[in-house]
Design a protein around this ligand. Structure first.
Ligand code: ATP
Ligand SMILES: Nc1nc2c(ncn2[C@@H]2O[C@H](COP(=O)(O)O)[C@@H](O)[C@H]2O)c(=O)[nH]1
Length: 205
């Protein structure tokens, strides 16, 4: 009996994608804070260096390239991509850890990651978070002050491609232009309402 109801209430994961600096982490941190016990973050692996304040195992699993490549070769990842000179990837464990708790698993991946996930059996809701313009994105990236000039340029180059590809029919369930943060958050909550309710009702019953 317990098993049957667990399967009925199993929420769909959520993929948040969009250019670097567009506000994905800001929005997902708000969801995690406002909906405790509803969402869980899929902690990705990366070979990039931690930024000040980032914690290994919480923000990312920070690995050197050799170690991460070994894990890729042994089939531990759902998807991986090279972005701005570093490897990033979603491990099977990262997603399983969240889903085993009955939580909505949030994945933050680039657009190549979205395409790889489409080939898996994950069946998430796909959300693209876009900047109002490339100029605003550049301001946000510079304002965050986490990248070198070279990295800012490579991220802006990837952003131009992402801003074009996000409108490809069928790629995303919704594209949210993150101009006003509160409005974007409203839209995000609205598209996730059904899954949120599934988990909240599951908690009550
Ligand atoms: N709607 C908004 N208006 C103004 N600033 C914003 C808005 N949303 C996010 N920001 C700011 O933009 C910067 C980048 O946001 P954030 O780190 O969340 O981006 P990101 O998409 O997660 O980037 P990355 O993919 O590189 O991790 C941050 O300084 C954040 O405070
Ligand atoms: N394909 C994947 N992309 C990922 C993953 N984790 C993060 N990302 C994307 O990388 C860039 C840069 O992130 P940053 O933290 O260095 O700024 C950004 O677009 C993320 O969405 C992943 O596991 N797979």
């Amino acid at each position: 009996m317990y098993l049957i109801s667990f399967q009925i209430f199993r929420p769909r994961p959520v993929v948040l994608s969009g250019p670097s600096g567009t506000g994905k982490s800001t929005l997902l941190k708000k969801l995690l804070k406002d909906y405790k016990g509803v969402f869980g973050f899929s902690v990705s692996h990366t070979t990039r260096d931690p930024r000040p304040g980032e914690v290994d195992g919480k923000d990312y699993h920070f690995r050197n390239r050799e170690a991460m490549q070994e894990d890729i070769d042994t089939g531990e990842f759902i998807e991986t991509d090279e972005f701005s000179g570093n490897l990033y990837g979603t491990s099977k464990c990262a997603v399983q850890d969240v889903r085993a708790k009955g939580l909505i698993c949030i994945l933050d991946v680039d657009i190549a990651g979205v395409r790889h996930i489409k080939e898996s059996d994950l069946d998430p809701i796909y959300v693209s978070i876009q900047p109002p313009s490339i100029e605003v994105l550049e301001e946000r990236l510079r304002g965050r002050a986490t990248e070198t000039e070279e990295k800012i340029q490579s991220r802006l180059e990837a952003a131009r491609i992402d801003m074009e590809e996000c409108n490809e029919p069928g790629l995303f369930d919704i594209v949210i232009v993150n101009d006003d943060l509160d409005e974007s958050y409203e839209k995000l909550q609205s598209v996730l309402k059904e899954e949120i309710m599934k988990v909240q009702q599951g908690i009550k019953s």
